[in-house]
Design a protein around this ligand. Structure first.
Ligand code: ZN
Length: 249
């Protein structure tokens, strides 16, 4: 049984039997894995706080031949999002974890997705504008999934799409205001500007990007629709976020 030791982003933990957990986690080199953490639900478990969602942890696991589930032997938190003191920020922790979990295919390494996740955990514990960070994270996750098309030019006329336009959630590209048909998600010039800036900004600087309340809501609605179309389901966390922020739904 080969033993791997790696940095991992904990995505989801669920109960398994009396005292055990199954943990989904994202690694840089081996993609998303799922494994059993024996005894993790006991009060004095050796896993401690290392298995909370969106914790960046140092962990080791055994890969078992012809088994989908690995066996976790050790987990130590490196960075926990629970260090964030802001209640709104904590409300987004489960959402980000679910978004990464649903978008990461099992066993298919994507170093960019891992780096994004790790940087988001770091960012959450600092001074953060959670709305801007959330739109930034959604943009990048969707982009790494190939869902977000280029927002530089219109796919129909090839012209600069800086004045905004419509995005086809079914993946037919981005059309400028002159070429856009009725269908599709409207993105204003301000939203396009935010997304273009997000494309060249590190997660730690996402809070400093300019985004008005109106454009933020437009992007929030557009991203929820893009995520739901891409995953062919609605994320559980959308309900929680709606309850936190009734005016945006
Ligand atoms: Zn056009």
């Amino acid at each position: 049984m080969p033993l791997y030791t790696t940095d991992a982003l904990i995505l989801r933990t669920y109960q398994f039997g009396e005292a055990d957990c199954i943990v989904a986690f994202l690694t840089r080199d081996h993609g998303k894995k799922r494994g059993v953490a024996n005894g993790a639900r006991r009060p004095k478990s050796r896993f401690g706080g290392g298995l909370e969602p969106l914790t960046l942890a140092r962990l080791s696991y055994f890969e078992r031949e012809r088994r989908d589930l690995v066996r976790l032997s050790y987990a130590e938190p490196v960075r926990s999002p629970l260090l964030a003191s802001d209640g709104d920020v904590l409300g987004y922790v489960e959402y980000f974890a679910e978004l990464f979990d649903e978008c990461a295919p099992e066993g298919d390494p994507n170093a960019s997705l891992f780096r994004l996740g790790a940087a988001v955990v770091e960012t959450l514990t600092g001074n953060v504008s959670i709305d801007r960070l959330a739109r930034y994270v959604e943009y990048w996750v969707l982009r790494l999934q190939g869902v977000y098309p280029s927002l530089l030019v219109c796919h129909a006329c090839g012209g600069d799409a800086a004045r905004g336009g419509r995005l086809d959630p079914a993946g037919d590209g981005f059309a400028c205001v002159d070429c856009a048909h009725e269908k599709g998600l409207m993105l204003s010039a301000e939203s396009v500007q935010f997304l273009r800036a997000a494309a060249g900004t590190a997660p730690a600087a996402a809070s400093g990007l300019s985004l008005s309340v109106g454009a933020g809501r437009e992007l929030e609605r557009a991203h929820r629709q893009l995520i739901s179309v891409h995953l062919e389901k609605e994320l559980r966390s959308f309900q929680v976020l709606r309850a936190m922020n009734p005016e945006t739904s």
